[in-house]
Design a binder for this molecule. Structure first.
Ligand code: SAM
Length: 277
């Protein structure tokens, strides 16, 4: 983060009411407590610490449609608020944070909140960590760091939800954007992406050739039969769900590796197999 950006972040966050106080929360627990007190804007390995407001944490987890079956990872978990909130919703949640003092106060806070079994923290560099088993990724980093993480995220299981405070993923457009106004006075916008299935290639769909090219969640291509090729329109992926229009027919379906199948608007079924990439 540049000095200018850091100054903006610090100013914004000092003006912001920080509802979560991990140290105060932790001191209600029985374990020995750290006396470490983080300060907004303090240096971090690749980005300073600025906490997400609790209002936006709640909104981000709503956007992710977090369930108790999910495994969340917060990349650069700060004081642990996102991880602890996710664990309080029943999910298994993991924070990866480079600053060992932040890890210590996060663990204390998780213990004080009674969720230390489901909310775990490790001191590590996010760029050296394997988080491929997560079903939800949260982050509040920087655009350049998001773009650096993007190839790794795009290799995650299709359907994985990714929610970022304030910063985008470059050309990978968000599937959803939300803003909170109450309980947040700085960094109040979140973006969500759903990792798309990979569908680029040549498919055989009910005897026709479907050639698809993919740019993140957007899909283009043609459906060809003996009478010629018709361009597909409005092609889009939402995780493993695919939808596209050919002429007056709307295809919707599910992608499962080298197979996909679904229904047309008239209720008839279609299916396809990947025959070349
Ligand atoms: C802007 S704060 C966000 C904290 C938390 N995710 C939240 O939303 O409240 C970014 C955090 O990332 C941590 N961090 C920076 N570079 C990191 C790296 N390479 N690996 C792990 N953590 C890192 C910082 O120490 C800081 O706590």
């Amino acid at each position: 983060m540049s000095t200018k950006h850091r100054a903006v972040a610090v100013t914004l966050m000092l003006a912001c009411t920080v509802a979560w106080n991990p140290v105060a929360t932790a001191q209600t627990g029985t374990a020995p407590t750290s006396t470490y007190k983080p300060s907004v804007g303090q240096a971090g390995k690749d980005v300073v610490w600025v906490p997400t407001s609790q209002a936006l944490v709640d909104r981000m987890l709503d956007m992710a449609k977090l369930t108790p079956q999910d495994r969340l990872v917060d990349l650069g978990s700060g004081d642990g608020r996102t991880v602890i909130t996710a664990a309080k919703r029943g999910a298994t949640a993991r924070g990866i944070e480079y600053n060992p003092d932040m890890v210590a106060i996060s663990r204390q806070a998780a213990k004080a909140e009674g969720v230390s079994k489901r909310a775990t923290f490790e001191q590590a560099d996010i760029f050296q960590s394997d988080f491929s088993d997560a079903t939800v990724v949260t982050l509040f980093l920087l655009p350049s760091l998001n773009v650096r993480l993007r190839p790794t995220i795009l290799e995650m299981k299709p359907g994985t939800r990714v929610v970022s405070n304030s910063f985008d993923m470059g050309e990978w457009e968000p599937d959803e954007t939300a803003q909170v106004s109450q309980g947040c006075s700085g960094h109040c916008v979140a973006y969500k992406w759903i990792v798309p299935a990979k569908v680029g290639g040549t498919w055989r769909v009910d005897g026709k050739e479907l050639v698809l090219t993919q740019t993140f969640q957007k899909v283009e291509g043609t459906l060809r039969d003996g009478n010629g090729a018709v361009p597909i329109r409005e092609g889009r992926l939402e995780g493993t769900r695919i939808a596209f229009q050919v002429g007056d027919k709307r295809f919707t379906g599910e992608v499962n590796g080298k197979a996909m199948q679904g229904k047309l608007t008239d209720g008839s079924y279609w299916s396809g197999t990947l025959v070349g990439q």
